[in-house]
Design a protein around this ligand. Structure first.
Ligand code: PMP
Length: 405
């Protein structure tokens, strides 16, 4: 059965509020909020608001339950073994920084952290900072000419000094999906931990995180059609139990004396202070809603749109795609350059056609270097996009090229 895209669009409030032409192709930056998440958020804020884990009155108890339920829903979407493996955060960036702090004691001088040139800055800078703090080395796996992680580099990249491997599951620039299995195998063989940046993978359907072979997995709610301000960090339970706290404060303790503190068990040990309650509840609602979709139909739909986009771009003069041109092991994130025209100018002109794209380095400057550029235009697809969105982009580009080149 083909996907009912019109029906899907009705599940996103923005499409009935912004008049046409409106072609939202910046989903890798943030997805639109689905009605289920928007209703959960406003429901909490307008009729259910209380702080969690504190009050004994019924309203507070309901808020605490809704928060716990959100954790359960996210855990189910991720395929976690238990909800307690899920730390609720403010997003991928926070989660990766949290990971880089709680793993600090496991790293010493001479040890290596392995990342790649495909990473978003949030999966580079925290590890760079950690390496500096501990006198460790940071190495980066290379990228193939078409913007995929170069797994041939793996044998050189991982050795006995490797303690942490941190890689993206899907590139926010090229859409390439990382084959984690061989990486997990090599990491395990040398006793290294595998941390995965799942920010761009999670909008594309439920997963089996426990079976990926990784130890830590970071994600953002706003990229999977929830509200901004919430995210999650999954950590394999056997590892999580052994990790020290990150931030100190309320809610992460069992008992505090002036002399010392006993910490709460995970995940609360890692959730100091008032969490982003409404956004977390919205993220849970989005996860639940996503779990009920027909992902086979969505995958086929996204594949056909990606193909339409790639084929269209290839026929335009002066356009260079920075990433894979094939449809294997990739999602619909496509970066490209228009020869002689700055990416920001392209995006600004496309906006006149109602086409929302992103121009810049996409927080991936080391990858831009690989492509020999400083900025690209990026179009990124979501299940609610249709052929009209892709065609509007291609027609707009044709005009840009005619006007500016
Ligand atoms: N990693 C990747 C691959 C991303 O695309 C992004 C967001 N662009 C992030 C990490 C950071 O996510 P957030 O800004 O939600 O923390």
């Amino acid at each position: 059965m083909s996907l009912d895209v019109a029906g899907l669009r009705r599940s996103f409030p923005i499409f009935s509020r912004i008049p046409p032409p409106f072609h939202y192709l910046d989903n890798a930056a943030t997805g639109q909020i689905c009605a289920a998440a928007a209703e959960a958020l406003t429901g909490f804020e307008m009729a259910g608001r209380a702080n969690v884990k504190r009050g004994v009155y019924r309203l507070a108890d309901r808020a605490t339950q809704a928060f716990a339920e959100a954790r359960g829903r996210i855990a189910r979407y991720l395929g976690a073994n238990r909800p307690e493996e899920v730390i609720l955060t403010t997003g991928t960036t926070f989660g990766l920084n949290l990971a880089a702090h709680v793993l600090e004691e496991r790293l010493g001088p001479g040890d290596t952290i392995l990342i790649s040139r495909l990473e978003h800055h949030s999966n580079i800078v925290p590890w760079q900072m950690l390496a500096r703090r501990r006198g460790a080395r940071l190495r980066a796996l290379g990228v193939t000419a078409d913007g995929r992680l170069d797994l041939a580099d793996l044998d050189n990249g991982i050795d006995r000094s490797t303690r942490i491997v941190a890689l993206t599951h899907c590139s926010n620039v090229t859409g390439a999906v990382t084959d984690l299995a061989p990486v997990a195998e090599r990491a395990r063989a040398v006793g290294a931990l595998l941390v995965v940046d799942g920010a761009q993978r999670v909008p594309h359907g439920p997963l089996e995180v426990s079976g990926l072979g990784c130890d830590i997995y970071a994600l953002s709610g706003h990229k999977m059609f929830g509200a901004t301000g919430a995210g999650a960090l999954w950590v394999r339970w056997e590892l999580l139990e052994t990790l020290p706290p990150f931030l100190g404060g309320g809610e992460m303790i069992r008992r505090v004396r002036i002399e010392d503190t006993r910490y709460a068990p995970p995940p609360h040990r890692f959730e100091a202070g008032t969490p982003p309650i409404g956004p977390a509840i919205a993220m849970g609602a989005a996860a639940e809603w996503l779990s009920g979709l027909d992902w086979q139909a969505i995958a086929a739909h996204e594949k056909s749109l990606t193909s339409r986009l790639l084929t269209g771009l290839e026929t335009l003069p002066g356009v260079r795609i920075c990433g894979p041109r094939d449809l294997q092991a990739r999602f619909g994130v496509v970066a490209f350059e228009v020869e002689g025209v700055h990416a920001h100018d392209v995006c600004q002109m496309l906006d006149a056609f109602g086409v929302c794209t992103r121009g810049g380095h996409h927080c991936a400057q080391p990858l831009m270097e690989v492509f020999g550029t400083v900025a690209t235009v990026r179009a990124s697809l979501a299940p609610y996009n249709d052929a009209a969105d892709v065609d509007a982009l291609l027609e707009g580009l044709e005009q840009v090229i005619r006007t500016l080149r």
